[in-house]
Each structure stands twice: as structure tokens, then as C-alpha cells.
Design a protein around this ligand. Sequence first.
Ligand code: DCM
Length: 131
Amino acid sequence: MTDRVVVAGAVYDRGRLLAARRSAPPELAGRWELPGGKLEPGERPEQALVRELREELGVEARPVERIPGEWPLMPGLVLQVWTVRLLSGEPRPLEDHDELRWLGPEEIHTVDWLDQDRPAVAEAARRLPAP
Ligand code: DCM
């Protein structure tokens, strides 16, 4: 069996990275993540990411590049991450999150990221565009 893919976005705006605090399930609530979610059957990762960011944050966004690597979540599920450029809309925590924060280069480590997101967040921080 191939692993199912969860896609997440390193969303950038004006030199800052978007962090989203999960509101569920209880074991993940309160931890911060790069927003995203599971692929639906037949979806390509980039499509799924655009859909998830629209549903969860109410924004239109464009995946730019895949951050190399793949990180295991629970058995049978792996995380892939893309850098994302915001096209329109101001992100709001519509679904799955109860707070959003824009983090500048000095603030990346001020939130309690999910363990499995940390390697991708480090890569995302290295790619942070200039403001
Ligand atoms: N997940 C994660 N890191 C992310 C996004 C999701 O570890 N940046 C995990 C949390 C869930 C699973 O992927 O176990 C599915 O996510 P969701 O519930 O958001 O669809």
C-alpha cells in the first residue's frame, strides 16, 4: 500500500510565514501547523492544497515549489509541503483552526509547532522571501 498524502502550505506574505493553531482533534489541539489536509481520491497534491487553503482559510493561493522531503504522520500517512503564494484574501480561521499568526524570521520558533511539521517549517523559514 502506498501512503496517503497530507499536503500543507508554507504560506508567505510580506516576508512572514503563516502559522495556524489546530482546534481538533484533542491530541493535536493547541499545536501549530502549516495549514493543509488530506488528498481526496483522484486529486493532485497541488489541487488539494488550493482546495484546503480555500476551505480552511478563505483565501486563493498558488503552490510555488515543493519543499524536498516527506515526513511520516501516523502510520500510512505522510506530509508533503509546498511553498505557497497568497493571491487574494486575508486568511481567517474558518475550519480546523482557532488562531492564525504571521511569523517573521525572528518569530518562527515562538509557537509550539506539531513535531511532524518542524523539519518542513525549518525549510520554509530558510526560504522566507524578503518583505
Ligand atoms: N497534519 C499534520 N501537519 C499538518 C497538517 C496535517 O501533522 N501541517 C496531520 C494532522 C492529521 C492529518 O494530518 O493527523 C490530517 O489533517 P487534517 O485533519 O487537517 O485533514
